[in-house]
Design a protein around this ligand. Structure first.
Ligand SMILES: [Zn+2]
Length: 139
């Protein structure tokens, strides 16, 4: 199934296209500096540790701990109404260095019982339009 989000990113935000392509293959990938090995997300043109400018997109395990979250109860966009309330989470990834990723909690339509430090795992959700999103759940 094709992804409208991926096709848009390839034109409007090509630096995110490898991440979105990974999602369509149900793989969580982030750029890793070819010089010092630093993981960084979102993608940047230069490594924030050593300043090097080439990266290898690297698959990561998709596990981490809950750093923060917020639940949205009211939306203006009609396409979000069926999943409201929904929760956006910030997850500290299980990597040798600190890296956080923002995503949506998989379970929607509820106010979740979450706690900072909860163990989280990534999975992938295919929307009716073919877009594939990385979503997070407590494990
Ligand atoms: Zn580096």
């Amino acid at each position: 199934m094709s992804s409208k989000l991926l096709r848009s990113a390839e034109v409007l935000a090509p630096e995110l296209a490898p991440y979105l392509r990974g999602c369509t293959q149900e793989m969580l990938v982030v750029p890793r500096c070819n010089q010092c090995g630093h993981y960084q997300f979102p993608p940047r043109s230069l490594c924030r540790v050593c300043g090097h400018d080439t990266f290898a997109w690297t698959q990561i395990a998709g596990r981490g701990s809950l750093y923060s979250w917020t639940t949205t109860h009211r939306v203006s966009a009609p396409e979000f109404r069926p999943i409201t309330p929904y929760t956006v989470v910030v997850v500290s990834l299980d990597l040798p260095e600190e890296l956080r990723m923002v995503g949506r909690l998989r379970q929607t339509g509820i106010v979740p019982d979450l706690h900072i430090g909860d163990a989280m795992t990534c999975s992938f959700e295919t929307l009716t339009n073919g877009d594939v999103l990385a979503v997070w759940s407590p494990r």
